[in-house]
Structure formats: C-alpha cells, structure tokens
Design a protein around this ligand. Structure first.
Ligand SMILES: Cc1cc2nc3c(=O)[nH]c(=O)nc-3n(C[C@H](O)[C@H](O)[C@H](O)COP(=O)(O)O)c2cc1C
Length: 374
C-alpha cells in the first residue's frame, strides 16, 4: 500500500511528505480504528520482554522525531510498534529552523535534517498525553531536549530541562534526555562530562517525587567511525551516567558528518548542514551499542537506533547489545508494513539461533571485533 503512495510522497519536500503521511494515517485511524491494527497484526510471545519497569510486547519502537507532539500515538501502536517515543519536546514551544530542513538522499537510504527541535512545548504535550492516557496500550517514552535558543545556557539550560521533566515525567513510561541533538546552533553541550553531571544531578533529584519516579535514559551521539576501540571521553560520560543511576542509553542520534554517503558532493553541499540518519549510520550506531553494552557489562538496558531498515539490521543491533530498538528513516523509505516484516524476521532468526526469547539474543555478538559485520 505504502509503495503505491511513495512516488507521490517522494515528489514532495521531505517534511511536507511526512506531514501528509501523518494526516493520512490520522484519517485512516479515525475512520476505522480496528482496520489499521488488523492490517498490521503480528504478535509473538517470544518477542515479549520486561524491562525498565514496563512490559514490551515486542522490542521495536518508534524513534524520537517522527511524532514530536504526540498526536498519533494510537496509530503507531496500531501499526505494531512495541513502544513509542515522542518528542523531542522542549520547555518552550519552538518553530525550529527555517524550511526546507529535511532532505532525502535516496541513493543511500538516508535523510539529512536540521529541524531544530520544532515542537509545541512541554505544557501542551503534557496536556495532550494526560488527555489520551487511558487509550494507551504500550509503553510510551518521552524525549526531552533543551529549548532551541542560544540564550539559554549554563544553569538556565539545566533549569529548562528540569521544567520539561517536571511536566512530562508523570505521563511517561520512561524519559529520554536528548543530550546529543546536533541541530541546534549551540551544539551538543550536554555530552560534555561536566554539563552532563550538572544536568543529571538536577534531573535525578526531580525524579524523587513519587509521580516522577520513571526510568531516565540518555540519548548519545554516534562515534565518528565504526571502529571505536577505546574512547576516554566516552568512558567518562558512561561513568557519570552510571554514577547518577541512569537506567539506560539510547544509541544513537543522527551524525553531523557525511561519512558513509555515496551521493554526489555537490548535491550534499546544496543540502547544507544537518544530522544524517538511515542506512549509512547503521554500522556506527551498532558499534556504539556494542561499546556501551561492554562498558556496562550488559547490565544497563540499551535502545539501539540508527539505520534499521529490515530484520537483519534489527537483529544485528540486538545481538550487538540492544534490548530494544527503534527506527525512523526506515519507515520513511519502506512504510509502516516494515514493522510487521521486522517482527516476523526477528522470530525467524531467533528460531535459527535456538533462542526462546528475544532477550537471549541481546549481546550475543558484542565483541568489539565483530564491528565490521554490517
Ligand atoms: C527528521 C528527523 C527528526 C528527528 N528529530 C529528533 C528529535 O527531535 N529528537 C531526537 O532525539 N532524535 C531525533 N531524530 C533522530 C532519530 O530519533 C534517530 O535517532 C536517528 O534518525 C537514527 O535512526 P534512523 O536511522 O532509524 O532514522 C530525528 C531524525 C529525523 C530523521
């Protein structure tokens, strides 16, 4: 079905195509709520896991960015995602960067975006999530980031994050701190160890309140190359996260560089700045998952994200050490039918490898030397 619409969608600007797709999805869902779920139905007990205080019926979730304002959570659930991450949401509403700001690099199965954290703001999204709470069937992650403004720095930036956490944590199964957004003018300040330490001190204090006692995960940048062996800055970041009792990592965000793209340089120059996602990111994200898994002795859940586009790349990420996985760009290229295809493919691969639950596959290929498999 999606393949029929795709040529029409791909003639539009990437952001407009996304908006049109979401509007069509919302319409289909409101017209016949049961139809969407029956079309995409596929459940298997072997994909079920209990993690981060929630039960995940399958490990595949929607990555942040696709539904920033949490307007279609019921649709994503109906399509078969095991969980949905909305956001990034920021304390203040923001229009983001000027358009155009999302671009397809079709020959590489990639996207480049510089959306710049456009969203309706924490209060509006918290209100919507509160109103739709009773309809939710699956775990819901809320991804928060610092308001897109170079004037909000230092302590004010921490306070900005705190405000989003205060409003949104009561609505979330987990909160992801987006400390790695490459699309703000001020850069990725919170991956700096000192800044991360200050941020986590405040957030962890805030979550002591009973209504905000949710798992906290941090979303990190990809490494510069798929061959990281030892990285002292990364080690420091992991140590700080673990010390503060962070419950998990999301690896990774988009990449600021263009490595892995084969498209003509002139075409890429025309696109300009932005974070790269999709197929060319997969090897690096997978390697980051592997690194985090080993650094935390497999004891801290990892959500693997980056270039998942079929069952093979999904299984790869899980074997590298991801307990859960997410995708966004794969969905743009292949459509929502990919969710069912991936779940079916995961079950086939588990059978092949004699696993009775998907959790048994996690980290089975976490040796650093296995990096080049993708
Ligand atoms: C258009 C677009 C917008 C995104 N917006 C966000 C965001 O607001 N917050 C965030 O943490 N990640 C955001 N991401 C990153 C994705 O969540 C994901 O980490 C990245 O795209 C790699 O996964 P993929 O290759 O499956 O797309 C965005 C990605 C894209 C393509």
């Amino acid at each position: 079905m999606y393949k029929l619409f795709r040529p029409f969608l791909f003639r539009m600007d990437a952001e407009r195509a996304h908006d049109v797709s979401l509007r069509m999805a919302k319409y289909a869902q409101s017209l016949t709520p049961g139809m969407v779920s029956s079309l995409f139905e596929f459940e298997d007990e072997r994909l079920k896991q209990r993690l981060l205080g929630s039960t995940f019926s399958n490990p595949l979730g929607l990555a942040a960015g696709a539904d920033k304002n949490a307007v279609l959570v019921d649709f994503w659930e109906a399509v078969g995602f095991g969980f949905v991450e909305v956001g990034s949401v920021t304390a203040q509403a923001s229009k983001g960067n000027p358009q155009p700001r999302a671009f397809r690099v079709q020959e590489d199965g990639a996207l480049i975006n510089r959306m710049g954290l456009n969203n309706e703001g924490a209060a509006a999204v918290a209100k919507r999530l509160g109103e739709t709470r009773s309809q939710r069937k699956r775990p819901l992650g809320v991804n928060i980031a610092k308001t897109h403004s170079p004037d909000i720095m230092g302590e004010a930036a921490v306070e900005d994050f705190r405000e989003s956490f205060r409003l949104l944590a009561p609505q979330a199964s987990y909160v992801a701190l987006n400390v790695s957004c490459p699309n703000t003018r001020e850069g990725k300040t919170f991956e700096d160890p000192e800044a991360l330490d200050a941020l986590l001190t405040v957030i962890m204090k805030e979550r002591e309140a009973p209504e905000r006692r949710v798992p906290v995960l941090i979303k990190v940048s990809p490494p510069n190359s798929p061959r990281i062996v030892f990285d002292s800055e990364l080690e420091e970041m992991i140590a700080i996260a673990v010390e503060h009792g962070v419950d998990g990592f999301i690896a990774t965000n988009t990449a600021s560089d263009r490595s892995g793209l084969t498209a003509e340089e002139t075409d890429l120059d025309q696109i300009g700045q932005g974070g790269m996602s999709g197929a060319p990111l997969h090897a690096r994200s997978t390697q980051m998952v592997r690194y985090l898994y080993r650094a935390t002795d497999g004891e801290t859940p990892i959500i693997g994200v980056g270039g998942i586009r079929d069952a093979e790349t999904a299984y790869n990420m899980i074997c590298a050490g991801a307990s859960l996985i997410q995708m966004y760009t794969g969905l743009v290229y292949e459509g929502p039918g990919l969710v069912k295809q991936i779940k079916q493919g995961l079950v086939e691969r588990m059978k092949r490898d004699d696993h009775t639950n998907i959790g048994e596959a996690v980290g089975t290929r976490s040796q650093i030397g296995e990096a080049a498999q993708v």
